[in-house]
Design a protein around this ligand. Structure first.
Ligand code: NAD
Length: 294
């Protein structure tokens, strides 16, 4: 692994200015992380409220660091200044790497990727934070698909160390290496994976969720399962994790996995998760899922 890391380091271009498209849950987190680790970042959204939410989230996280004594107020001001909110492509010619983090819709992503490619230089690396859409498929919108790869963060971005760097069929070594280097600069642990449904993490996670849903369907107590999995050593059990991820995201992910791996993931048995999803009980985002939240 060390040998491979060195190989990537050599081919990486410097990222002195980044940009994130979409200032939502993920975009706001990505902007915060980049800024805190010293890479200025343009944060573009099409809605002013979106930008404000992204900035509010970043200043809340920075405020917590200051309160805990892990950062000086001047450093907080510097980090906040490193996030440059925008609704236009004004400064995109100076951007070295773009992270697309708009809504998970293939049509919207194709349009946004083609649009941003027209605004950056021929050397700019463009990445997507998609959770479920094929990187090779997204690259079809681009004139320079070699400059494109996946950069999949996990939620919440500031807490989750892993970043999957996804190599599409046409991704160049330089695109992959630059994305790996930028992830490291952000203090993350990148792993390079091939383009397939679920990439790496969700190929492991979804069968686990499926096993859990089956178990509670057979009468197991979800709170006990959570406690037992915590004793097993996981930071949280599957029910709590599903509440964090959200039943809507889980539902969509399950469909993607069923389509990708019909031989083993296309189980249509209705579970408690489907019942909650249909009732709009999506987890923490709606105030209730397996558990109730204030
Ligand atoms: P979100 O709905 O919170 O934010 C999306 C943002 O994109 C919104 O602010 C919206 O205004 C903006 N937007 C829409 N069209 C745009 C455009 N043309 N240009 C600029 N901004 C635009 O979504 P999210 O949860 O942050 O997810 C974003 C991406 O990250 C998706 O691809 C999702 O699959 C992926 N992802 C999400 C999670 C998660 O747990 N939420 C985890 C990993 C990856």
């Amino acid at each position: 692994l060390k040998h491979k890391a060195k190989k990537y380091d050599k081919q990486a271009a410097d990222v002195n200015l980044a940009a994130v498209l979409g200032a939502g849950i993920m975009g706001g987190g990505i902007a915060y992380q980049s800024a805190v680790k010293g890479t200025p970042i343009l944060m573009k959204d099409i809605r002013e409220e979106g930008i404000q939410l992204g900035l509010d989230e970043a200043s809340k996280l920075l405020g917590k660091r200051v309160a805990k004594g892990r950062m000086k107020p001047e450093q907080m001001a510097k980090a906040l200044n490193a996030i440059r909110p925008t609704m236009s492509y004004g400064d995109f010619k100076e951007v070295d790497l773009v992270v697309e983090a708009v809504v998970e819709n293939p049509k919207v992503k194709h349009a946004v990727l083609a649009e941003v490619e027209g605004q950056v230089t021929e050397d700019t690396i463009i990445t997507s934070n998609t959770s479920t859409i094929s990187i090779t498929y997204l690259a079809e919108a681009l004139k320079r698909p070699e400059n494109f790869c996946g950069m999949h963060f996990f939620n919440p971005v500031h807490m989750m160390p892993l970043v999957e760097v996804i190599r599409g069929e046409k991704s160049s070594e330089k695109a992959v290496a630059t994305t790996v280097a930028y992830a490291k600069k952000m203090g993350k642990t990148p792993v390079v994976v091939n383009d397939c449904p679920g990439f790496l993490v969700n190929r492991v996670l979804f069968p686990y969720f499926g096993g859990f849903a089956r178990l509670i369907g057979m009468g197991a107590d979800f709170q006990r399962v959570d406690k037992i999995m915590e004793k097993f050593g996981w930071p949280m059990g599957p029910a709590y994790l599903m509440d964090v991820v959200g039943m809507d995201t889980g539902h969509h992910g399950r469909d993607v996995m069923a389509e990708g791996y019909p031989d083993r993931m296309a189980d249509k048995t209705r579970t408690a998760v489907d019942v909650m999803y249909d009732a709009g009980r999506l987890g923490q985002k709606t105030g209730s899922g397996f558990y109730a939240y204030e």
